[in-house]
Design a protein around this ligand. Structure first.
Ligand SMILES: Nc1ncnc2c1ncn2[C@@H]1O[C@H](COP(=O)(O)OP(=O)(O)OP(=O)(O)O)[C@@H](O)[C@H]1O
Ligand SMILES: C[C@H](N)[C@H](N)CCCCCC(=O)O
Ligand SMILES: [Mg+2]
Length: 235
């Protein structure tokens, strides 16, 4: 029974890609790993069914995924959850989300919970993603961009996590675009120096994201630094 909360410095920073690579990595190691996206906004109708884009990506790795189990709230508007919920007349039952996490933790060796956007994303007008993370109480993997601008975003995110007393397992930088490698290398060094949190590694720019899920061992040097990779999490 182990889990991580995968958060990011922003929306579209690569949380779902990192979560899917982690799913694939642990799955190939024989670990019973399961994803959970409590709140998915930006869901779209496909063949008459409302589909969550993040869930569709997890499904590329775990073809047997039960999307009802892996997501509690599917909202159509591609916005902050608080706004989508207001427009769609949805009320978030936070204790129910918490119970779902506990249920999944009891059922699986490893659970990967993905947030929506970054930390100060409102779920309700006075309750943000970071408040949910605090309640869920899993160690956090923070995904940030690898390139220019990430020092500020990543260090501020770590400051907020520390202020909330949330355990940070590590930072993963993601090469969303091809940028100056000397800046990216220095970013990792400066983020470690300014936060005291380990940068586990950098995910390269992927020409074919889904293809990358087939070879998760390529990220061994990043993922084997996670405690879940070291401990025997199969109870
Ligand atoms: N390393 C990478 N190389 C190339 N493309 C990437 C990489 N990482 C992410 N992407 C692409 O960037 C986009 C955003 O990634 P992703 O969906 O993982 O973001 P997210 O942080 O999960 O966003 P959200 O807040 O909506 O959950 C996607 O189109 C994804 O395929
Ligand atoms: C719809 C999108 N892909 C995300 N899931 C939600 C991102 C909310 C970001 C809110 C904000 O930081 O301004
Ligand atoms: Mg996502």
């Amino acid at each position: 029974m182990a889990g991580y909360f995968i958060t990011g410095t922003d929306t579209d920073v690569g949380k779902t890609v990192v979560t899917s690579l982690l799913l694939s990595y642990f799955h190939q190691k024989g670990i019973d790993v399961y994803p959970y996206k409590p709140i998915q906004s930006g869901a779209i109708y496909e063949n008459g069914n409302l589909q969550g884009p993040d869930l569709q990506m997890y499904e590329r790795v775990l073809t047997s995924l039960d999307t009802n189990k892996a997501c509690t709230y599917l909202l159509k508007k591609a916005s902050s959850p608080h706004l989508a919920a207001k427009e769609e007349n949805v009320w978030f039952d936070i204790p129910a989300i918490q119970k779902n996490v506990e249920r999944l933790l009891a059922l699986h060796d490893l659970v990967l919970v993905e947030g929506a956007g970054g930390l100060i994303v409102p779920i309700q007008e006075d309750y943000c993603m970071i408040d949910l993370m605090k309640e869920i109480d899993l160690p956090v993997i923070l995904v940030g961009r690898a390139g220019l601008g990430t020092i500020n975003h990543t260090v501020l995110s770590v400051m907020a996590l520390k202020q909330a007393n949330i355990t940070i397992e590590g930072i993963i930088l993601n090469r969303l675009h091809m940028e100056d490698e000397s800046i990216e290398k220095d970013n990792a060094v400066m983020i470690e120096r300014l936060t005291g949190v380990k940068v586990l590694g950098t995910i390269p720019h992927l020409s074919d994201v889904e293809d990358a899920f087939k070879t998760p061992q390529a990220y061994e040097s990043i993922f084997n630094r996670l405690n879940a990779a070291k401990e025997d999490i199969k109870q």
